[in-house]
Structure formats: structure tokens, C-alpha cells
Design a protein around this ligand. Structure first.
Ligand code: 2AM
Ligand code: CA
Length: 260
């Protein structure tokens, strides 16, 4: 389908994200105006995160009362229908949020029988709303997305995330000879995946991630014609902790470049 038409579940996911984003936008404004003391900053942000998550769960449960939930801030909620699950990250890119950098988002995915069927990613500050449903393409607002077609590494932009647990990453980066010009570490895995889907980034890899960081982004990349795997080349599964996403042309090249 190449016509801009959101599915009913996407409409509800959007409604949940937009409602929660009101407080996120307000709180981001407070942070920018430096009206939160550094001492209480942790509590302030945790409060925004938890409030946003509760609000998202509330809206989704109102429309889908039996569905289950996997979320960043709470224990998993197993409801009557455990074949249908919403996966929620209320603020992905928390550190950017704290620092007043508008590169963060709400990410929500829906799984049915362990398959990602729908996903949305909303950057509430830029108002970029990414959405996808299986078989119906990847979209940003009303614009159809397509991964890039770059295949020369030196012309590419590659996103990554550096986590403390990941001792491999510095070796990976060293091996990526073009890294001084190609690499970006922007701090929101979900938005990085959306950028791969939109052809802004040509690839993205990161380790130590959870399903809520990536679920919506994975479907966006696939529906935009990209490829997903683990960074070692294995198939990416719902339980995978690491991910490599790219336009399909450069996938093997970058997997190889990280290993050299
Ligand atoms: P967050 O902002 O929701 O914490 C940044 O490299 C990416 O990694 C973000 O998507 C961030 O999500 C995630 N991230 C940051 N710290 C993490 C941790 N300790 N465990 C797992 N993911 C983390
Ligand atoms: Ca996250």
C-alpha cells in the first residue's frame, strides 16, 4: 500500500504517545530553563519517565484492555491476552533529555505471537512521527520512507552507541577505518533506527540494548527495505541484546568492517 493510511492500532499508539508527550515537552522546557536543581535532577527525570509510561499504558489499556505489556520502567504486565503485547520505552535517549538535547523519543511497538506487527516512534520536540505496520511500509508523518542506497563506506554515516558493558566497541570502532568521518553516537537507539529507515543514517549498531529500545525501529527498518541482524551476522531475535541495521547494500560490508 503506498497510500498514507494509518491502521487503527497505529492511531491508538499515536494517541497514547501524543498524550504522554505533553508532560515530556513541558518537563523538557523546565530542564532547558534550568529550573531543576542538579540535586533533584535524577528524581525529576525518573518522575517524567514513570508518568509518561503510566499515561501510555492507561491509553493503550483503555482501547485494548486484554493486551499485555513489556515496558522499561515497570515489571512486565501479563494480561488475559498474552499473544498481543505492547512494548514501551517512554523516553529513549534519557541522557539527551536531561542535557536539553532534543534527540529523544517515545517508542511503542505491538507484538502478536512474538512477531513485531506495528511500531511508532515520536520525537515530541521535532514532531517527527515515525510509524509502520507490517506489510504497509514505513512512514514519517505522511511521507513514505526508504533506506539509503549508499554502498561506499567512506560516504556513509553510521550510528552507534557506546555502552559501559560493551568492551568490544572500541575494537569495532578501531576496525572501522573510516570512523573519523562516518561515526555518530547520538544517544537514542530508537531514533537511530528511525534514521536508518529514513535513509539519513546508512547503518547503526549497538550492544546491550533491550527490546523496548529497538522493537519499533526494527520494523521501520525492515519496512523501509533495510536489513537487520546481530552485529556478528546472526539472525536478530526478540531476545537479542545487540543489533546491526543498515540499508541492505552495505550490510555485509559493515559487518566485515567491524570485524577486520
Ligand atoms: P535510554 O535512554 O532509554 O536509557 C544510547 O546509547 C541508547 O542505549 C539509548 O537508546 C538508551 O536508552 C540505551 N541505554 C542507555 N543506558 C542503557 C543501559 N544501562 N542498558 C540498556 N540500554 C541503555
Ligand atoms: Ca531506551
Amino acid at each position: 500500500m503506498s497510500v498514507f493510511q494509518q491502521t487503527p492500532v497505529i492511531n491508538i499508539m499515536e494517541k497514547a504517545a501524543r498524550k504522554a508527550s505533553k508532560k515530556i515537552i513541558r518537563d523538557f522546557g523546565e530542564l532547558e530553563k534550568l529550573q531543576v536543581s542538579s540535586k533533584s535532577l535524577g528524581d525529576f527525570v525518573t518522575n517524567t519517565d514513570i508518568y509518561a509510561e503510566k499515561s501510555i499504558i492507561e491509553t493503550l489499556s483503555y482501547h485494548y484492555p486484554d493486551y499485555s505489556f513489556i515496558t522499561e520502567e515497570s515489571e512486565n504486565i501479563i494480561n488475559k491476552d498474552n499473544n498481543n503485547t505492547f512494548v514501551i520505552d517512554p523516553i529513549d535517549g534519557t541522557k539527551n533529555f536531561i542535557h536539553g538535547i532534543p534527540q529523544f523519543c517515545i517508542s511503542i511497538a505491538k507484538l502478536t505471537l512474538n512477531e513485531i506487527t506495528d511500531g511508532i516512534i515520536l520525537n515530541p520536540i521535532s514532531n517527527e512521527f515515525y510509524w509502520t505496520s507490517k506489510g504497509q511500509g514505513a512512514w514519517m508523518n505522511n511521507q513514505r520512507l526508504r533506506v539509503s542506497n549508499r554502498k561506499i563506506l567512506s560516504e556513509c554515516l553510521v550510528g552507534t552507541g557506546i555502552s559501559q558493558k560493551n568492551t568490544n566497541i572500541l575494537n569495532n570502532i578501531k576496525n572501522l577505518k573510516e570512523y573519523p568521518t562516518t561515526l555518530r553516537n547520538m544517544g537514542s537507539a530508537a531514533l537511530d533506527l528511525a534514521f536508518v529507515a529514513a535513509g539519513k543514517l546508512d547503518a547503526f549498531w549497538e550492544n546491550d540494548l533491550n527490546l523496548w529500545d529497538v522493537a519499533a525501529g526494527v520494523l521501520l527498518v525492515i519496512e523501509a527495505g533495510g536489513t537487520i541482524s546481530e552485529p556478528e551476522g546472526n539472525k536478530w531475535l526478540l531476545g537479542s541484546k545487540s543489533i546491526m541495521a543498515s540499508n541492505s547494500l552495505i550490510h555485509d560490508i559493515i559487518l566485515g568492517a567491524l570485524r577486520n
